[in-house]
Design a protein around this ligand. Structure first.
Ligand SMILES: Cc1ncc(COP(=O)(O)O)c(C=O)c1O
Length: 158
């Protein structure tokens, strides 16, 4: 099985990277390590790079649809890794986690409703609740024995 080289340092400066080239903008200073975003600094598996190269070499970039093989790969992953089974019709595609959560907030809540977030989480999770005119409620996770756990005591008061 291919090994990913997590120790190789890849210089991402001057690549329009939000993580590395916008440190000043995000933090108001530049002497910080930007660990706020799940943006990886290691190369992806070779199969991913090869597939992207093949796509680019094809040279025509028209409209596409998500092939059934992708849906089936997700079903297989969820079954094999998490012992969860989903119908194909239960899998929908979205541009990312942030727009998906925002869509769910609008679909399942009304303006003014409370939406609970277990902090610490990615900062946009707070903003999208406020931007959708819902009421942000937080319950901080407890860090105990090297892992985060729900704080049921404050959760009940929320
Ligand atoms: C740390 C972190 N970075 C980035 C993201 C953004 O994910 P996406 O690009 O899929 O919206 C998330 C989403 O959960 C996150 O937790």
């Amino acid at each position: 099985m291919e090994r990913i080289d997590f120790d190789k340092i890849v210089d991402r400066n001057n690549s329009h990277s939000v993580k590395w080239d916008a440190i000043d903008k995000v933090f108001g200073k530049d002497d910080v390590l930007p660990m706020w975003v799940a943006d990886m600094d290691f190369h992806p598996p070779q199969a991913v790079t090869d597939a992207l190269k093949d796509r680019i070499e094809h040279g025509i970039f028209g409209y596409t649809f998500v092939p059934m093989s992708v849906t089936e790969a997700i079903q297989d992953w969820m079954k094999n890794r998490h012992d969860c089974e989903f119908k194909k019709s239960s899998i929908v595609f979205s541009e990312g986690v942030v727009p998906s959560i925002s869509t769910a907030i609008r679909a399942f809540t009304e303006k003014g409703d409370k939406v609970l977030v277990h902090s610490p989480v990615y900062t946009p999770f707070f903003n999208m609740i406020k931007n959708n005119e819902r009421t942000l409620v937080t319950s901080n996770l407890l860090y105990e024995n090297g892992r985060f756990e729900l704080d049921f005591a404050t959760l009940r008061q929320s």
